[in-house]
Design a protein around this ligand. Structure first.
Ligand SMILES: [Zn+2]
Ligand SMILES: [Zn+2]
Length: 256
């Protein structure tokens, strides 16, 4: 399987990162995507450092909406350069977060738009983080993006799923889809086409049931895949094969 989104650079893994990676590989997670947003600009290489050190990682590079206010002209030049690295499979995570508002919304939108421009020039897909900002996110994608990408930790219902799918996006399901009260997300997981689904952990955050409340790690992505299989009436093997093939189709076109 492929964990399409994790933050293994987090200091929560400093004491046992190698063991966490071993457990992922032992659980059948052969590849993980190291999201490279780290602690924000000027450092955009948190994901690349992991991919350089371990063969089992692909990386992304980008400015998280939380860090948008830290972005400068040099940040965008650096991002353009990093996106040419063959280990960098996408720009991200980028988007809008109106829940925390760690950066002013107008700045978040400008930085999101600029990063879409850079990703388009590099012909790389984008990984979207959107929280309490769905309408603005979709509107900006319509205006500024013609490629494909990933709705990371997809948390909408069937209507939002339809909007994202119409834009050509893939829905990446994380631990939330396993939560008993996530009925809308579960319905979206039932109706999503098999060739547009991905799975992720977003480790160390949002561990799936039955690990809920613990530090999340890539090995747990299997629990999310299991839930998708149950919701869709498919086998776990089918979900594993579909999500792996989907990731390869979307993200490895230009690198392999
Ligand atoms: Zn995110
Ligand atoms: Zn993330």
């Amino acid at each position: 399987m492929i964990d399409s989104h994790c933050h293994l650079d987090s200091d929560q893994f400093d004491s046992d990162r190698d063991a966490v990676i071993e457990r992922a590989l032992a659980a059948g997670v052969e590849k993980m995507v190291a999201i490279g947003t780290g602690n924000g600009p000027p450092d955009l290489e948190a994901g690349i450092r992991l991919a350089d050190r371990y063969d089992c990682f692909y990386a992304t590079a980008g400015v998280h909406p939380h860090d948008a206010a830290k972005a400068a002209t040099a940040t965008f030049d650096e991002l353009a350069r990093l996106l040419t690295n063959p280990k960098v499979v996408a720009a991200g995570e980028i988007g809008l977060d109106y829940h925390y508002d760690f950066s002013p919304r107008e700045v978040q939108r400008d930085v999101f738009i600029e990063q879409m421009r850079i990703a388009a020039a590099a012909q790389k897909p984008i990984v979207i983080h959107t929280r309490e900002a769905w309408a603005d996110t979709i509107a900006l994608l319509h205006q500024h993006w013609t490629g494909s990408g990933i709705m990371h930790c997809f948390a909408g219902g069937p209507e939002e799923a339809r909007q994202a799918l119409d834009l050509g996006f893939y829905l990446s399901f994380g631990g939330i889809v396993t939560f008993p009260k996530a009925l809308d997300i579960q319905q979206a997981a039932r109706i999503a086409p098999a060739d547009r689904i991905l799975v992720e952990t977003d480790a160390p955050y949002l561990a799936p049931v039955p690990k809920r409340g613990k530090r999340n790690e890539p090995a747990f992505v299997i629990e999310t895949a299991r839930k998708l299989a149950e919701l869709r009436g498919e086998t776990l093997e089918h979900i594993e094969a579909a999500t792996t093939e989907n990731f390869r189709r979307l993200c490895l076109r230009y690198t392999q």
